[in-house]
Design a binder for this molecule. Structure first.
Ligand SMILES: [Ca+2]
Length: 128
């Protein structure tokens, strides 16, 4: 009986870890192009999301303040969610959308602009 319990628990844990991985998001924002210099790693899972209303108050690689710094980004976001980099604090101004899995080594005209960040349920590209 114990044997079956152990086997059941093992596969249960395996299933749970698979499900939680499938519903996890991981976003890395870097100070310099090509994923260099200071960075922050943003993670969330389940039905939670994350928001950073003002990058002046964000600590990146141990140093306080990350406003108008982000120049490259790597991301993995599960289906149905979108994350935005915003030009101004409190999620305003121009925005840059992240969906699915991707990497942008050079944000180009959006480089050194990001002042806030938010992830949410994706309502479609018409809101980008
Ligand atoms: Ca800005």
């Amino acid at each position: 009986m114990l044997k079956y319990f152990v086997i059941f628990t093992f596969f249960g844990m395996l299933f749970l870890s698979f499900v939680s991985k499938a519903h996890a998001a991981n976003i890395e924002l870097f100070d310099d192009k090509f994923y260099q210099d200071r960075s922050i790693n943003i993670k969330f899972e389940g039905n939670n999301t994350v928001s950073y209303p003002d990058f002046k108050n964000v600590t990146a690689s141990g140093k306080y303040g990350f406003d108008d710094k982000v120049s490259s980004v790597r991301w993995k976001i599960w289906n149905g969610y979108v994350c935005y980099l915003y030009e101004h604090k409190n999620f305003s101004g121009r925005k840059y959308a992240l969906r699915g899995t991707g990497a942008q080594p050079d944000l180009g005209s959006f480089s050194d602009w990001t002042s806030s960040f938010k992830c949410m349920v994706d309502k479609g590209t018409q809101y980008d």
